[in-house]
Design a protein around this ligand. Sequence first.
Ligand SMILES: Cc1cc2nc3c(=O)[nH]c(=O)nc-3n(C[C@H](O)[C@H](O)[C@H](O)COP(=O)(O)O)c2cc1C
Length: 219
Amino acid sequence: MSLEMSFKEVLAKRKSVKEFDPTVKISHEEMEEMIQYATTAPSSCNMQPWRFVIIDTDETKEKIKDLVQFNTRQLNTSSAFIFVLGDVDHFKTLDPIYQKSVDLGYMPQEVKDQTVGFLSQGLNLKEREYFLYNAMMDANLAAMQFMLVATSYGYDTNPIGGFERQEVMEVLDIDTERYFPVMMIAIGKGVKPPYNSSRHEVSEVISYNKGNNGQVGTI
Ligand SMILES: Cc1cc2nc3c(=O)[nH]c(=O)nc-3n(C[C@H](O)[C@H](O)[C@H](O)COP(=O)(O)O)c2cc1C
């Protein structure tokens, strides 16, 4: 599979699917290919704070089965649950990330040195909350791209916010100081057509240049 599907088709096809063919397995090679495309997403200062735990064994699924609230069917039938996390310590990777751009010939060494120096000064003053919000924004962008990429690869997905966050972190042995849970994404081959879902009209959700008596849009 690949990214051959038209973008229009991808957008139309991406629907939340809640029951999958349990016999379908996704190889680690294909999963990593999809993650690679997903992580072309933009991120704040290119720090790429997204992290992914791929839950694709019965043993690990069993460990979290009581922690996924009303999402048991997706857990039981999906090829995998992707646990998307944010790394709150992502600023520590600033130097190596920019150095990699230099090594790849994308950026001159002096520009890297200046940029990293400048950014480090600003980032040193920030509270944990700042990094947490950044990581949340960035990891969400990668999660969205992952779902679109997966659609293009012929898979179905379901973003999942309904799970016991802290308990899942503990059960999966993930440091809660450093990482925080963003969302799960169930992935597999759907067994029946997904439900359609309505959207607000564009006119209901936009305003040009300013709010309107404090309101944005009309709803
Ligand atoms: C952040 C987030 C959390 C969600 N959590 C769940 C969930 O826990 N269980 C579920 O069945 N669907 C969940 N959904 C799916 C939404 O219900 C679905 O995206 C929405 O109804 C629109 O339908 P569509 O995805 O088919 O376009 C979630 C979606 C998002 C974006």
